[in-house]
Design a protein around this ligand. Structure first.
Ligand SMILES: *Cc1c(COP(=O)(O)O)cnc(C)c1O
Length: 361
């Protein structure tokens, strides 16, 4: 077996020990005689798995008791519609901060349902930074404010939590959830597709303050109604059983490491290694404003599209996979989520030095 360093933006690396545990359990979970993939979601064997996954996530993220945790499907993109359907319910108004492609998609989806405006945008700098906002940026009668906390494609992250006063703040945290501590109580709702930092694809986690439940638009599809999901313990229909089980293993892995403070320390160490190298030379350019840099997705370019292509392909041949930037921005992107070991980033930096020496511009 020859595992590579996989810098994919998602689906992405899972911790090796988690994969090994999943492998052990694959054919027979405990004494059930069957795989988690084969068992009824309403069986006595699965019920503790989903309950434990929720309990562990609550511990990992210090989720306050007045928040519900929902295990859903449809990816973060389904939440782009579910959020307005559930939350745009008083004044039919919502304010969005545009900081990249996913926040723009969320904004466009929400526009189908009400009066939705861009309160701030960094499109004018090709999303190379996080827009600044003050409380005055938002309409006082907005039903909620939506942000994308970490911008997977551009490699930026909010370095502040927008002050929205009493307006619930909704955050897409698909690519940064459980990478560092966040104060959940500052948000009305957090959602994340699991395939970046938590589990295999197929699971979407929603963390929502209880008082925001129960006022979905009447035409909300049952499958998108958070209240229905909450009342049924995320089992209105069949939940994504296997990804929930792997997510549980990932939460346990984080707790064993020492929790999110420790996770942050490890992630900072990896990101600093890469950014410090980028800042120390001028062969590669990191296009993102320093104050807005993501700890999870690091973007850089050589300034020459052919060299960028050569970089990604030669790195791939050396076991450093999926470094090609998103098709809409080009260049390179190293996604260094929780499961990427420090040694993977060391190997990347060594390759970058070698490539720069061998390919003078
Ligand atoms: C990947 C990603 C999405 C899209 O997620 P899907 O689960 O594929 O719908 C949305 N937002 C962010 C921040 C992402 O990184």
């Amino acid at each position: 077996m020859n595992r590579v360093y996989n810098f994919s933006a998602g689906p992405s690396m899972l911790p090796l020990t988690v994969l090994e545990q999943a492998q052990k359990d694959l054919l027979c979970y405990g004494d059930t005689g069957m795989s988690v993939m084969e068992m009824s979601h309403r069986s006595p064997a699965f019920e503790p798995i989903i309950a434990d996954a929720e309990a562990k996530l609550r511990t990992v993220m210090s989720i306050p008791d007045n928040y519900k945790v929902l295990f859903l499907q449809g990816g973060a993109s389904t939440q782009f519609a579910a959020v307005p359907l559930n939350l745009m319910n008083k004044n039919k108004k919502a304010d969005y901060i545009l900081s990249g492609q996913f926040s723009t998609k969320a904004f466009q989806e929400a526009q189908k349902y009400g009066d939705v405006v861009a309160a701030a945008s960094s499109k004018y700098v090709n999303f190379a930074k996080i827009p600044e906002t003050t409380r005055e940026s938002f309409r006082p009668d907005a039903d909620y404010v939506h942000i994308c906390y970490n911008n997977t494609i551009y490699g930026t992250k909010f370095n502040y939590i927008p002050d929205t006063g009493d307006i619930p703040l909704v955050a897409d945290m698909s690519s940064c959830i459980i990478s560092e501590p966040v104060d959940v109580s500052k948000f009305g709702m957090i959602y994340a597709g699991a395939q970046k930092n938590m589990a295999p694809a197929g699971l979407t986690v929603v963390i929502i303050r209880e008082d925001l439940l129960g006022n979905a638009r009447p035409d909300t599809p049952a499958m998108l109604d958070y209240k229905l999901a909450a009342d049924n313990g995320s089992m209105y229909n069949t939940p994504p059983c296997w990804p929930i089980y792997v997510a549980k293993l990932v939460y346990e892995w984080i707790l064993d490491l020492g929790g999110l403070e420790k996770m942050k320390e490890l992630n900072e160490k990896k990101a600093n290694l890469l950014y410090d190298y980028l800042d120390s030379q001028d062969y590669y350019v990191a296009p993102v404003e320093k104050a807005s840099r993501s700890m999870m997705n690091v973007t850089f370019v050589t300034g020459d599209a052919d060299l960028d292509k050569k970089f990604a392909s030669e790195a791939g041949a050396q076991g450093l996979k999926n470094l090609k930037g998103h098709r809409s921005v080009g260049g390179m992107r190293a996604s260094i989520y929780n499961a990427m070991p420090y040694e993977g980033v060391e190997a990347l930096v060594a390759f970058m030095k070698d490539f720069a020496a061998k390919n003078p511009k």
